[in-house]
Design a protein around this ligand. Structure first.
Ligand SMILES: [Zn+2]
Ligand SMILES: [Zn+2]
Length: 127
């Protein structure tokens, strides 16, 4: 019982660290933040809890290169990634006003959703 309680608490601590994040942190970043609250927690525990939150649909994973970034914004949105500072920005779209910018080349495929990643230079890096 005590173990189950601790696991729930760890999950909530991890969730608290990421729920208001808009910076799409990596597991390492979340780990650093969680450690301020629970100094003894391991990276493995943080990672496991992040995967659990993903499985529960509370987090979205964005894989950039080989790195996973975690995103508490789970409704459909796109991303803009700055090539200079590697910052990931959210781009919100109204799905009903948004038209798929290309057609699927084969017949018999149904598109339910899509996500787009745009690359470029952000405002901060442009000035
Ligand atoms: Zn930038
Ligand atoms: Zn996002």
């Amino acid at each position: 019982m005590a173990k189950a309680r601790r696991q729930t608490r760890q999950l909530e601590v991890v969730w608290d660290a990421i729920k208001d994040e808009t910076s799409h942190p990596t597991a390492d970043r979340v780990y650093e933040k969680v450690r301020e609250v629970v100094p003894k927690i391991s990276l493995g525990t943080v990672y496991r809890n992040l995967q659990k939150l993903v499985a529960e649909g509370r987090l979205q994973v964005l894989t950039l290169g080989r790195t996973q970034h975690f995103d508490p914004l789970v409704r459909s949105h796109h991303h803009f990634i700055c090539r200079s500072c590697q910052t990931v920005y959210d781009i919100s779209v109204d799905s009903k006003d948004y038209v798929l910018p290309f057609t699927v080349p084969e017949q018999g495929f149904t598109v339910n959703s899509h996500e787009l990643t745009l690359y470029g230079t952000c405002k901060n890096c442009s000035t």
